[in-house]
Ligand binder design. Structure first.
Ligand SMILES: *Cc1c(COP(=O)(O)O)cnc(C)c1O
Length: 357
C-alpha cells in the first residue's frame, strides 16, 4: 500500500490468502440458501459464538439494523449509549425503518453505562410510556476509545434485562479485539447476549461484511428483515470466503495490533507538543492531541504527514487538535518509528514552505 493508513481499521485490505480463497470460492444463490461458502461462514460464526444460528450481512450497520428491528416493533424503545455507533453513526436507521425510539445514556470512559441509569431508563407499564424492549451495548466501545467491556459487566446488564423482559444486543463490531484484550473468547464474552453483530472488515481484514449471531428464531426474523432492506445477496460466497479466514485466522492475531498501538502511543507521548491519553490505550486505538502552543495545527499536521510522509492520520476533532489513531494488520511494528519521526519532524520544523501559501 502506498500510504501508512491509521485513519481506521476499516481501511485494512484483504490478505493474499483471502484473495486466493475468494478467487476459488464455491458459490451458489444465497437467497435460495444455496451458497455453500456463506453457509459455512454462518455455521462457523454460530459455533465460535456459542449461538444457534448466524446471518451474513453486508455491513455492521446492516447487522445492527436487522438486529434491532428483529427485537423491537414500531414505537418501542431501546436503551443505548449516547456515544454508541448505533445512535451516532448509522443514519438513524432504527428510527427511520423501525420507528424505534432511542433512550440514550451517558457512556463512561470504560465503555459501560451505569447500571442504575439502565434500571432507571426502563419504562414502567403505563399507557403514557413507550415499551422498553432492548438494551444495546458496544464492545469494544469506539466512543470510549476502544475500551473492552468485560463479561462480568455484560452479565450484570443481562440480569437487569432478563428481570424486565428485555433483550440484550451487543454491537460487537470489534468484539474480537475485546476478547483479545480481556484474554477470553467471544463465546464467553457474549454468553449472556441475545444477539451480537460482528464486523469482518475491520481488524479482521475481510473486504466486506459482518455476521449477526443469535438463536434460530431471532435469526429467522433478522433474515426476513435483511431481505427487506436489500441485503439478500446472490453469489455472496466470494465475500464469505474472506470472512471465513477473518473469523478463523485473523481473529487470533489482534494482540499484535494492540501491541503496536501501545508502542506508537509511547513513541508519540515522547514528542514535544504531543499529549497521549495512555490510560485509554486498551486495544487498537489511541488518541493524542497537540498542545495549544504547537507550531502547527491539526489540519496542517495531517496535510504534511500525507504529502511529505505518505502517512494518513485524520484529526478527530480538528478544533481541539485531537487525533484518533487505529492500528490494523497492515500497520507493521517497523512503522511505529516512521510515524513517530514524521510527527516529531513536522512539529519541530513546522511547515515553512506552507507559511506563504
Ligand atoms: C464500524 C462499526 C460498525 C459498522 O459500521 P459499518 O460502517 O456499517 O461497517 C458498527 N458499530 C461499531 C461500534 C463500529 O465500529
Amino acid at each position: 500500500m502506498k500510504y501508512i493508513d491509521l485513519r481506521s481499521d476499516t481501511v485494512s485490505h484483504p490478505t493474499p490468502e483471502m484473495r486466493e480463497a475468494m478467487a476459488y470460492a464455491e458459490v451458489g444463490d444465497d437467497v435460495y440458501g444455496d451458497d455453500p461458502t456463506v453457509n459455512a461462514l454462518e455455521a462457523t460464526a454460530a459455533e465460535m459464538f456459542g449461538k444457534e444460528a448466524a446471518l451474513f450481512v453486508a455491513s455492521g450497520t446492516m447487522g445492527n439494523l436487522c438486529s434491532v428491528l428483529a427485537h423491537c416493533g414500531r414505537g418501542d424503545e431501546m436503551i443505548l449509549g449516547k456515544q454508541a455507533h448505533i445512535f451516532r453513526y448509522e443514519a438513524g436507521g432504527a428510527a427511520a425503518y423501525g420507528g424505534i425510539q432511542p433512550n440514550t445514556l451517558e457512556v463512561e470512559r470504560d465503555g459501560t453505562m451505569s447500571l442504575d441509569a439502565i434500571r432507571g431508563a426502563i419504562r414502567q407499564d403505563n399507557i403514557h410510556f413507550p415499551v422498553t424492549k432492548l438494551v444495546c451495548l458496544e464492545n469494544t466501545h469506539g466512543g470510549a476509545g476502544g475500551a473492552p467491556v468485560p463479561a462480568s459487566y455484560i452479565a450484570q446488564v443481562a440480569d437487569i434485562a432478563r428481570a424486565n423482559g428485555l433483550k440484550l444486543h451487543i454491537d460487537g463490531a470489534r468484539i474480537f479485539n475485546a476478547a483479545t484484550a480481556l484474554n477470553t473468547t467471544v463465546d464467553v464474552l457474549c454468553a449472556e447476549a441475545d444477539s451480537v453483530s460482528v464486523c469482518l472488515s475491520k481488524g479482521l481484514c475481510a473486504p466486506v461484511g459482518s455476521v449477526v449471531v443469535g438463536d434460530r428464531e431471532f435469526i429467522r426474523r433478522a433474515h426476513r428483515i435483511r431481505k427487506s432492506v436489500g441485503g439478500g445477496m446472490r453469489q455472496a460466497g466470494i465475500l464469505a470466503a474472506a470472512g471465513l479466514i477473518a473469523l478463523k485466522e485473523m481473529s487470533k492475531r489482534l494482540g499484535e495490533d494492540h501491541a503496536n498501538a501501545r508502542a506508537l502511543a509511547e513513541a508519540l507521548a515522547a514528542i514535544p507538543y504531543v499529549h497521549v491519553d495512555m490510560e485509554a490505550v486498551k486495544t487498537n486505538m489511541l488518541f493524542f492531541w497537540l498542545s495549544a502552543d504547537a507550531p502547527v495545527d491539526a489540519l496542517t499536521l495531517s496535510d504534511v504527514l500525507k504529502d511529505r510522509y505518505n502517512i494518513l492520520l485524520r484529526p478527530y476533532v480538528a478544533a481541539d487538535r485531537s487525533f484518533r489513531v487505529v492500528t490494523h494488520y497492515w500497520f507493521r511494528p517497523e512503522h511505529v518509528a516512521l510515524v513517530a519521526n514524521a510527527v516529531r519532524e513536522t512539529l519541530s520544523v513546522g511547515s515553512p514552505e506552507m507559511a506563504g501559501d
